[in-house]
Design a binder for this molecule. Structure first.
Ligand code: GLC
Ligand code: GLC
Length: 651
């Protein structure tokens, strides 16, 4: 809350009154051409400025040249808004008139790597019909910026945010693709990798040449004194690659902060030049037609001695300041938070003034947890207490993504249910790497930490859900069971509330791909097992509709179409219900006009929910199972098959 009597309010107004006339006269020629639009811009500026001022003051108010920072920031806002193409300004207006557009049940997302999927950007446009077949409205292209050759963390080591990797295409092609997607009702989503740059970024190269202005873009240290003090509190993100969070740079003979890989240099946001430069890159990307930016590694962007340097209050302040800037100069832009941290911390990034969207890593991890244990208590308990987010925001629900699976449930939640968190994580890791006796899963360990015993899991949806093992054994019964498991997870992702995000490839059941082991740039990162070049496409394979691929694809499309017909599935409330059965996970979704009870059986046997529990959930008369048209009479028990999911209309 912003306090009305806060002195900063007056200071904010004063500084804007001082700076704006100068900036207006500087851009007078261009402003004169669009008086009405300029008026709208000024309105947004006046609405958001105080907030922006306060956040920036928190970050940089102590620096003697704060006023200069403000002035330059306003200049950037005006310049990038003036450069913003007319179609995007029109979209801004449309979105401002309907700010909850992305909460609709019509939203369905997909994510893919351009190079793996279509080789390059120009060919990607040919696949728009495929995306339309899938009914997508949101397409996330994995990082496609200029990167170092060879290992570049799958594109997350960016050398230039304004240039596309030449193997993939050009910025111009990206803008054209964005327009073509927009035309078809598909919003383009890109990453904003703002925690670090690659060590080949122009800033890093200048820093390496000893330029003090650019050394100040990063955290560099002459000796180990400070790094050692920081290090005691830090966790290793990629422990198999390197110990510790600092890398020796021979050129400047200093230690550089590198949270992820050694070639990913963390940016220093205590420096207002970094803030402004990255904000400009953000507005530049928005002007190419990007509608959602996935804020990568948000947890790590602020460092403070004596802390884990994750989820610091200033990390939130930076994002909120970016949010205010976007609302002024590119108001249709949304942020999606990538905070793969404890559930309590994940939620803190979600707010209309911070990130309107967030991955839901807790749901993702617990779906896999319930699949392994065949019990839903941890899933049920966690979703009952940790699903709610502020109005005007949405979860992005996923089963698999390009990263590993980490078991980020809350330890206290587990203990409350009598589950030992450490032991349970060990079990889950053994289960999903196929070491646990009887496991159906075929996953690959990622980043085993010999000191702590921690490990995370890589693998595709199909392989983790048992399809790979079943196919190897050529066992039809096991194959069918794996198919049911996959459909169960999909059903929850599509219905629980939020934007479902499909990892492209999963729509047709992509299996693990072990060829990464022969590529030296990839072999030490097992996440490549689920980043595959293997292709299948409905349109090419029309001839053989009898394949598993077709089944998966058709089921997926059917489910998406069903979702889009049900207003109850728009974002809003989700109420976990008591099913009275440890294997059944149930919840109610409701809109003004419709109410749906969704039940999911995580057991490998038939399970019942009795009439009394059903009545308690509001099943009063006949209820239609929207999945198959079956009718449930009131007053009787319901029986769910092995891994069945039912969507009961109880309006
Ligand atoms: C994010 C990405 C991950 C990458 C890391 C460093 O977590 O999802 O793939 O390794 O950031 O950029
Ligand atoms: C850690 C980070 C997360 C990142 C992942 C990459 O879990 O918290 O941001 O995506 O590592 O493996």
């Amino acid at each position: 809350m912003i306090d009305q009597f806060d002195w900063r309010s007056g200071q904010a107004r004063k500084s804007l009154d001082r700076i704006l006339p100068d900036v207006e006269s500087r851009y007078a020629d261009r402003i004169r051409l669009a008086p009405q639009q300029w008026h709208n811009f000024r309105q947004r500026l006046h609405r958001e400025w105080e907030r922006l001022f306060i956040h920036m003051h928190q970050l940089y108010g102590w620096q003697y040249d704060f006023f200069f920072t403000l002035e330059r920031t306003l200049q950037s806002l005006v310049k990038y808004w003036l450069d913003r193409p007319a179609e995007l300004k029109a979209l801004d207006e449309k979105r401002e008139a309907d700010p909850s557009w992305f909460l609709s049940e019509q939203m369905v997302g997909g994510v893919l790597y351009v190079d793996l999927f279509s080789e390059n950007l120009s060919k990607l446009a040919d696949y728009i019909p495929y995306f339309k077949d899938l009914n997508l409205t949101y397409l996330h292209l994995m990082p496609l910026f200029a990167v170092p050759r060879g290992d570049n963390d799958g594109g997350y080591a960016v050398s230039d945010y304004r240039a596309i990797n030449p193997d993939i295409g050009t910025m111009d092609e990206l803008a054209k693709l964005a327009a073509a997607l927009r035309e078809e009702g598909i919003s383009l989503v890109l990453d904003f990798v703002f925690n670090h740059t690659s060590d080949e970024h122009r800033w890093a190269q200048k820093a390496k040449s000893g330029d003090p202005d650019f050394m100040a873009y990063y955290y560099t240290f002459a000796d180990r004194a400070l790094p050692d003090r920081f290090q005691t509190y830090l966790r290793d993100i990629f422990p198999t690659v390197r110990k510790g969070s600092f890398t020796w740079c021979q050129e400047i003979k200093r230690w550089v902060w590198t949270t992820f890989n050694s070639y990913q240099w963390d940016l220093n946001y205590t420096n207002p030049d970094v803030f402004r430069a990255m904000a400009e890159d953000m507005l530049f990307l928005a002007n190419q037609g990007v509608e959602v930016l996935r804020l990568d590694a948000v947890a790590f962007i602020w460092k403070k001695l004596g802390t884990s340097c994750e989820n610091q209050p200033e990390a939130h302040t930076i994002i909120k300041a970016f949010n205010a800037m976007a609302k002024i100069a590119a108001p249709c832009l949304l942020f999606k938070s990538e905070a793969i941290v404890e559930p309590e911390e994940v939620i803190r990034y979600i707010h209309p003034d911070e990130c309107q969207l967030s991955y839901n890593p807790l749901l993702m991890a617990l779906l896999w947890e319930a699949l392994a244990t065949r019990e839903v208590k941890l899933l049920e308990h966690s979703m009952r207490n940790r699903y709610r987010i502020p109005a005007g925001c949405s979860w992005v629900n996923y089963i698999r993504c390009h990263d590993d699976i980490g078991w980020t449930f809350d330890d206290r939640d587990a203990r409350n249910l009598g589950i030992d968190p450490a032991g349970h994580r060990r079990f889950l890791n053994q289960f999903y790497t196929g070491q646990f006796p009887g496991s159906f899963a075929k996953g690959v360990p990622f980043q085993f930490n010999a000191d702590t015993g921690d490990v995370r899991i890589a693998g595709t949806l199909s392989s983790l859900a048992g399809l790979e093992v079943a196919l190897e054994k050529q066992d039809n019964e096991l194959i069918e069971q794996a198919v049911r498991r996959i459909n169960l997870l999909r059903s929850i992702m599509m219905s629980i509330g939020g934007i479902p995000l499909l990892y492209i490839g999963d729509e047709w059941g992509m299996l693990n791909d072990y060829t990464y082991l022969t590529d030296p740039a990839k072999s030490n990162d097992s996440r490549w097992v689920h980043r595959s070049k293997k292709r299948w496409e409905a349109r090419d394979d029309l001839s053989d509709q009898d394949t598993l691929e077709w089944r998966f694809f058709k089921e997926m499309v059917k489910l998406i179409r069903l979702r889009k017909r049900l207003p109850a599935l728009q974002n809003g409330g989700m109420e976990v219900v008591d099913t009275g059965n440890p294997h059944l996970f149930g919840y109610i979704r409701a809109s003004d006009s419709q109410k749906i009870l969704i039940l999911n059986n995580f057991a490998e046997t038939d399970q019942q929910m009795d009439a009394a529990h059903l009545a308690f959930c509001g099943v009063k008369s006949e209820a239609v199972n929207l999945m198959n048209g079956g009718v449930l009479s009131a007053g009787v028990d319901i029986r769910l098959h092995d891994h069945q999911s039912v969507w009961l209309d109880i309006s």
